[in-house]
Design a protein around this ligand. Sequence first.
Ligand code: CAA
Ligand code: NAD
Length: 292
Amino acid sequence: MEIRNVAVLGCGLMGSGIAQVSATAGFEVTVLEVEQKFLDKGFAGIEKSLAKFAEKGNLKEAPQTIRARLKGTTRKQDLADSDMVIEAIVENVAEKRQMFSALDPIVKHKAILASNTSSISITELLSATKRPERMIGMHFFNPVPLMKLVEVIKTIATAPEVYENAYEFAEKLGKVPVRTSDKTGFVVNRLLVPYLLDAIRAYEEGVGSIPDIDNAMKLGCGYPMGPFTLLDFVGLDTTYYITQVMYDEFKERRFASPPLLKRLVMAGWYGRKTGKGFYDYSDPNNPVPGQF
Ligand code: CAA
Ligand code: NAD
């Protein structure tokens, strides 16, 4: 099946990135949001990112040409003609199921439905539609325009041609896909999430300060970001939702939210996106570590 029109659901951190790389690869993209202000914010980020790539000579087309392939909407009906739908709304099973169930009668029957979920079972989502064989997981990484990986997730119901189509689509975006199955956390989060949560527990136990733990992992292991910088970057709300899904699945302490993560989320400190998390980003160029 030829993919021309891509729908992206959600224009937050991930949705805006997925929309950007899809438009850069030549697809016509429509992004769905709940309110215009979220589209405005997401598209402003895309324009900034495209300008950076253009400055470095890393775009085959002018940023305006790519930008012209991106449209925003708050009406699901505008997605009717999509060939590929990629969902990147909040990490919540009920919200995602409701979204797929509402779109199912609107989007043309041959379309592929994909979720960018970090942890939720794709099988739990596909039962919200009448086309389980056309549903897959496509898990992108943050920041999408820079991170090469896409995990392509197969369920017991996924049709082989749908899976191969999605795999090829990831390649057309310039990404490197890996094949994985519908096991909670897939490959990366199965391994990454316990590490991030252990960093919080180490801090809670007085092993080191937030910047010392960050520097230790950056300089001692060559990681591009320390765990607290990465947690703030991913979003503490999203990480907290992920812990709930993963703990529910495995019932192992290593997937459970440490108390401090829960408290930061309850306080509304979601990390970079709200200006405060483990660090305070009042001056984005000089984040100040918290002391909790
Ligand atoms: N668009 C275009 N260019 C961008 C950009 C964007 N969105 N973000 C950064 N850049 C550019 C910067 O302008 C900079 O360019 P110059 O070298 O010309 O200055 C360059 O990229 C490098 O950026 P920085 O100097 O700001 O920082 P960096 O060297 O640390 O690289 C990074 C940034 C690639 C994000 C790197 O820090 C990194 O790889 N961090 C780890 C990210 C990671 O682990 N992601 C996975 C998260 S987990 C996940 O996604 C799954 C899940 O389900 C939760
Ligand atoms: P985010 O909070 O930055 O963005 C979510 C966006 O979805 C918001 O703009 C919100 O307004 C919008 N939204 C919520 N409900 C909606 C609805 N019913 N219709 C349309 N739009 C709606 O979150 P994010 O970090 O972009 O995460 C999105 C998804 O991607 C989650 O499932 C998350 O687990 C996954 N993910 C996140 C990361 C990460 O590093 N943050 C990485 C990979 C995957």
